[in-house]
Design a protein around this ligand. Sequence first.
Ligand SMILES: [Zn+2]
Length: 299
Amino acid sequence: MLSNVADGLHVMTGAVNSLIVEGPDDTAVLVDTGSDADAGKRIRRALEELGRTPTAIVNTHSHADHCGGNAYLVKRFPELEVLAPEIEANIIRAPYLEPVYLFHGASPPRELLSKWLMAPASPVHREIAAGDHEIGGVALTLIDLRGHAHRQLAVRVGEFLFAADGVFGEGTLERYPLPFAQDVGAQLKSFEVIEASASEGVKRLLPGHGDVTEDIGQVVERNRLAVERAVEVVEDACRSTTTEEVLARVAAELGLAMDDLPRYHLNLCTVSAYLSHLRSEGRVEVGLEAGRLTWSRPT
Ligand SMILES: [Zn+2]
């Protein structure tokens, strides 16, 4: 669904949100493109409705559900410039890397080669970093919200912040009580960055999954509580426990639905991110015992 959220700013809401920012001379800049060619088609139709031609795509990060519409749009609009943060740019160009990293770097089982975890390949013409930019004639501020992904940029347009997966909406957190993370320490710092943006003029926030909210403090707090709860549960599970056993305990404690390989491996990656975080804080130790990699709390 297309809705106008501010002057010259439109949101395509759905399972994953995308932004259309009006540029000069009937152009537009896109932020994220949804999961697949169908999402790309919906964006193209919205552009037609608005009478706009896109000049650039800004991808907030490389997860397939945020860049899956790129390939379709780049084919339809060959002049499009695609921009993405470092590291993420390489995965957007070679999307097989996403299922590969979720399977310890090895050739992944076919169940991980679905569109949810592997977008069609897309060019990235330019890597971008946090700061003030003029992209396609539009002034955008990019904000570093890494943590959910190794690199992730939020996009601020005036008083509006598209936070990508820097925070999740309430409904998403209810469905997924262990929000996906690749660097939990960075994720916690990103929550502070979002809170600070509210005191620096941001009035409304749109997460990558969820609805526009004016209560930025509340959405951040809800996400922080979810992460802090997961930190406690993971730490408590570390009793000479393998990573897979930690995941099983966390799944039981938080009530995670894990009945397919994609969900299992996404959660295993997230639990690993928590274990790395806890170890970097000296709260858990890693060991090798009889061919088992185990996690324990220091004695
Ligand atoms: Zn994501």
